[in-house]
Design a protein around this ligand. Structure first.
Ligand SMILES: NC(=O)C1=CN([C@@H]2O[C@H](COP(=O)(O)OP(=O)(O)OC[C@H]3O[C@@H](n4cnc5c(N)ncnc54)[C@H](O)[C@@H]3O)[C@@H](O)[C@H]2O)[C@@H](O)CC1
Ligand SMILES: Nc1ncnc2c1ncn2[C@@H]1O[C@H](COP(=O)(O)OP(=O)(O)O)[C@@H](O)[C@H]1O
Ligand SMILES: [K+]
Length: 478
């Protein structure tokens, strides 16, 4: 698992550790890691040009000490001080003692433009809001110059706790973060600015994370595997209420996802039966209402369902069932909040940003800019597990003390019609296999993203469904 902690949690842990260590020890650990990564980025240190853009806080201190380390190895290091009278004094002294030099911001543009490596030590976890004009201009010059930009702790200008970007922020090639990931390094729009993130341990003892990201090994532990005792009912039957005469494709895609998610059987209910059977003859198809379809261990309701009276009744009926339920797409518009809140079995809602915005009564842009807040608010509002789709897929449990899961797989190629339907079916399958809601949703998001990556390039939703078994093998090794 990869963990990310809030600024407050980092500060608390730092405080406890600093009380036990000699002064400056933590900063030296940070600077050492920063210099190692800088040297790796440079390839050869001797004779290379390094710029250290330093603000007034400890983030600048880290960068200045790292610059000193590279200067001792023969790099030509120049500090560009945004606040010369408030620069980290000991760090600056160390750099000057090592043969580096320092200039003010006015001379900085030429320095960063010529540098092979630019450290962004403008602000770290103490930062508020976007870059100020002077810093923004310098970092634009750095990017135009073509040297590698290495962010210290996080790209300056992003919100460490939420991944929000209010105004301009640094776009880094590499970010070296200390002690733990910060939520902003994993959640867009900030995550996209961090480049490749390296974690440098500095010995912090941290409590519960705010955000966590499953890794391959975690997923292998979560995914169900059939055993000798299995039969199709024990493996779980998933019911899919999706599609309509008008949108039979959504039914086919949701069933495809469900079939590849390891369910023992898939029951399909709705107007897309002939299309479903043509593609997936193994499906148990019925055209009545959900309660007439036979027993299931989980329901998926909503993709391509339309919004007529029959669709509305089907959603209400499924929500009244005492088994896990996933609601997507049209189902999200038709469901009643009270009916969702009244449920005792697991409920998973899977909105994209537009649907989340409608449910919250916010603008879509606001949801995209503040994904972590949006997913937490929705989970609380509906008392349900919420998977918010998009450039960073997040999964929140209704209990705000439970860390939000951020999906590390995926690709922008997934933004193609119908791929969400596949995800619904896949998640439903894992719910039918009795995974808890948060695990089912985050494991499905992971497999879905990995399946898309494995298809490498432009893809259609059905390609994602067809790559799920390969993604599964990739995770579980066979
Ligand atoms: N405390 C420690 O011993 C350690 C701290 N670490 C470093 O210290 C950083 C945190 O240091 P600080 O608490 O000093 O805070 P920062 O260095 O992140 O920034 C604080 C300063 O920046 C100014 N500022 C805030 N927002 C700004 C903006 N948008 N534009 C320009 N200036 C802005 C503030 O007025 C303040 O003076 C971490 O991110 C990390 O890099 C690491 O060295 C690990 C150990
Ligand atoms: N920019 C992006 N980067 C990565 N994944 C994305 C991006 N945009 C959308 N996705 C993913 O693509 C899928 C699209 O689902 P959805 O929006 O429901 O579309 P549809 O309703 O057409 O199936 C989701 O899994 C979502 O997380
Ligand atoms: K920084």
């Amino acid at each position: 698992m990869r963990y990310a902690h809030t600024v407050q949690a980092v500060r608390d842990a730092e405080g406890a550790l600093m009380a036990r260590l000699p002064e400056g020890a933590l900063m030296q650990r940070a600077a050492a890691g920063l210099a190692v990564v800088g040297a790796r980025v440079l390839g050869r240190v001797y004779g290379r040009r390094v710029a250290v853009v330093a603000g007034s806080g400890s983030n600048g201190g880290d960068a200045l000490y790292a610059g000193a380390r590279l200067a001792r190895r023969g790099a030509g290091v120049t500090a560009v001080l945004l606040a010369p009278e408030r620069a980290h004094a000991a760090g600056l002294r160390a750099l000057l003692d090592a043969g580096g030099r320092a200039v003010g911001a006015a001379e900085g543009a030429a320095v960063v433009a010529r540098a092979d490596l630019v450290y962004d030590g403008i602000v770290g976890i103490g930062g508020k809001g976007g870059l100020r004009a002077e810093a923004a201009e310098l970092m634009r010059a750095a990017r135009a110059g073509g040297g590698a930009v290495v962010a210290v702790d996080l790209p300056s200008g992003v919100d460490a706790d939420t991944g929000e970007v209010a105004g301009e922020a640094v776009r880094a090639d590499v970010t070296v973060t200390f002690g733990t990931y910060k939520p902003g390094l994993l959640i867009d729009p900030a995550a996209e600015l961090a480049g490749a993130v390296t974690l440098v341990g500095i010995g912090l003892e941290l409590g519960a994370p705010e955000v966590e990201a499953l890794q391959h090994a975690d997923l292998a532990g979560l995914l169900p595997r059939p055993s000798g005792e299995s039969d199709k009912y024990r493996r779980g039957v998933v019911g899919v209420v999706a599609g309509s005469d008008r949108y039979p494709g959504a039914a086919v895609l949701a069933v495809s996802g469900a079939l590849r998610g390891g369910a023992g059987a898939v029951r399909y209910v709705g107007g897309g039966g002939p299309a479903v059977l043509a593609r997936h003859p193994e499906t148990l198809v019925s055209s009545g209402s959900p309660h007439e379809a036979g027993r299931v261990q989980a329901w998926v309701v909503g993709p391509g369902l339309g919004d007529d009276a029959r669709a509305r009744t089907a959603v209400a009926e499924v929500l009244a069932a005492d088994v896990p339920v996933l609601v997507d797409a049209d189902g999200l518009r038709l469901m009643s909040r009270d009916a969702v809140r009244a449920r005792t079995a697991a409920t998973v809602l899977t909105p994209h940003a537009g649907e989340a915005a409608a449910l919250l009564g916010r603008a879509r842009e606001e949801v995209e800019a503040s994904r972590l807040t949006a997913v937490r608010d929705l989970a609380e509002l509906f008392g349900a597990t919420v998977l918010l789709k998009g450039s960073t897929t997040l999964v929140a449990a209704p209990d705000p003390a439970v860390p939000v899961r951020v999906n590390p797989t995926g690709t922008a190629w997934l933004a193609t019609a119908g791929s969400g339907d596949v995800l619904s079916g896949l998640t439903g399958s894992l719910l039918a296999a009795r995974l808890p809601a948060r695990d089912a949703a985050s494991a499905a998001g992971y497999l879905h993203g990995l399946a898309a990556r494995l298809t490498e390039g432009p893809l259609a939703a059905m390609d994602v469904a067809e790559s799920i078994p390969e993604a599964w093998r990739n995770v579980c090794g066979g």
